[in-house]
Design a protein around this ligand. Sequence first.
Ligand SMILES: [Zn+2]
Length: 276
Amino acid sequence: MKCTEAQEQFGSALDGALSLSGRDELFQHLSLCGHCRKEFEFESLTKQIVRKSVRRLNASTEVRNSVLNALRREYEQEAAEIPFWERLFAGRRLFPSLVTALVVIALISYLAPPEPSASRLAVHAASNDVIFQSLQNFLSLREGRLKPKSVACDPTVIKSYFQKNGLHFAADTKIIDDCDWYGALHSEFEGVQLAHVMYQMGDDMTYVYEVKKDDAMAGSTLSIPPAAKESLTKTGWYTDPLHADHSVVVWTSNGTLCAAVSTMEKDRLVAFLSTP
Ligand SMILES: [Zn+2]
């Protein structure tokens, strides 16, 4: 058996899914090959520890990897001192510090409050904050203080409205079957161009604040909360957790940053916004 063949069997062996002869063959190789033995043992121990201690491990890949790397380092240190077979069957007793670390991570994930702290609530109070402005506009729209300049049943009318007004970024307009009407408005905030798109679908109103991505993320006129910026940079999406009676979802696409505030429930809103 070659090393690569042996290593391909590790998962099945640890899941108890290898035949007796397959198992014998693998263990025969492990008894002769120090490198594979180390790899197999490491996989076996990791699996045991994670299974026993961390049923709710929700940590990020980064945290998970750093713990696994630390586990590997600790394993390699111990491996020099205790014979192989003894270690293999003693996984439970090994690495107390890392078991603790994994449990702590699990607890942090578990205890992390779903609602943001007061300090995060304060973030949207800045008048140049994109989410703050989106919320204000949504409110104004619902109270009739903000009125679209162009209203149509056809999204291409909305696109051409922005073109006529010399918008220098691509406005994001969704094409949806059950939209009663689309609304559009063009404005400026301290010299920064903004596009406002509105969708009325049955009883649901969705307002989208749109701005050139660089103006929101890199400029000094507008600001965006650090948590939103981080999430947008990583995934292109951000869902604001602060609101009970409406949903706030921010995304970037084609150099444009869009912040939607909607009466729709969050999952439905995200599904709607994910349409091209
Ligand atoms: Zn090998």
